[in-house]
Write a new protein. Sequence first.
Length: 464
Amino acid sequence: MRSKDYIGKLGALITGKPWIVVSEVLVGCVGTANLLMDLGASRVFCLGGSRGTGEGPDPERFPQAVMGLQASDMMGGVRATVAAFLDPSTEVREALDAFDPDHSAGVIGSSLHTGEPLDGRAVYGARRPEWCALEDKIIIDALWDEAGVSRAPSRIVHAQREDLLQASQEMNQGSGTVWVGDNKEGFHGGASYLRWVRGEEDVDEAVTFLAAHCDRARVMPFLEGIPCSIHGMVFPEDVITFQPCEMLVYRVPDTNRLAYAGNATTWDPGPEQTAEMQAFAKEVGEHLRQRVAYRGAFTCDGVLTAEGFLPTELNPRLGAALERAARKFSEIPLSLINLAVIEGEDVGWHPQDLESHIRILIRQRPYVTGNQLLAVRPEQQISKTVRVEGATVRSTRKDEAPDATILVGPGTSGGFMLVMVNPDRLEPGDSAAPIVRDLLSFADREWDLGIGPLEPATDYRSPH
């Protein structure tokens, strides 16, 4: 199937219909809204939890509303948006009714929404509850075992001191242990409910936090290597997989925390490791289809260690790295293809052809994107272009081509920073974490953002 065939098949599903696009931030609606109009949508309404940082949708082209949400952290922002989605304010209901009085518009939520209707309007490509349940870090090891794939050892225990410490002693392989809580309070990500326990100084806060927010926790060894993800997509009769992507996860010195700060497709683990990860995702996708009739994209996150890829969690949705990469593929709108597959649209997909296209496009158009939630909330948006010379970062001079662009501004979860790096600044295949760390540190010094020091992960190919 050629690229234009994907456009044609999706256009037949979209054309002539009104659509509503929802995102944690209004800025996040831009790509999907423009794509829907390009595919023939009659009109598109954009709804955001807050405005966000970056260029928003054109108000002349897209009617829009902002819910005015604010939260203190990432998970607070996500949960506030989902709650507002389930019970919109009077002002939002009136704006939606003015746009779509007969409730005929299709709704496209973010990948984190679970699929409940928006004021009576059905969500297109809604995920089933049994799929969303697989996001729980406590139950996923059982799924790895059912699928017959390799994983690190772990213990599931009550979130109380004695049990956590006993499991930690059993699981420690020399670099400490990682404790992560269950989904008692709902989905969580970005290492928000995760603690790295290496010694006594890390224990009290970890025990107090997990006991307050969770019933159970998973304890496993800390894995040295490159945090990464492998994405797949389940069709009714096939499973396809894509290229491994690096997750930019940093160690925060003198704390028990890890900081998630974006992803990159410039990193290349090598052909043998890539094939291993793709085979892993293929097996998991086949198991998901058989176990819960799964459809659409999924992501296996983990660490590529000297012993191979070891998974840590499953995201039953279009993962952050593939979602970011897909924004560069205008000729193959992967995010909408994913929703159509979930919806069960029978348009004669050619999964293996799609797999080949996306793998090639990821190699041809690599990207590096770092993001960071900030301790301070900027009142206005700031942008700066920079050059990177070794470990030194400086502002660009007149007529210099930038190596990266740094964008700082407000978001639903407080302040937000986005770092976009020219992939040419990296040696092919290398980890992007060191250069993004240097850019985050530069911005922290420049604007006093409260980020603090960050340490990149250890490459599994490096001597320990």
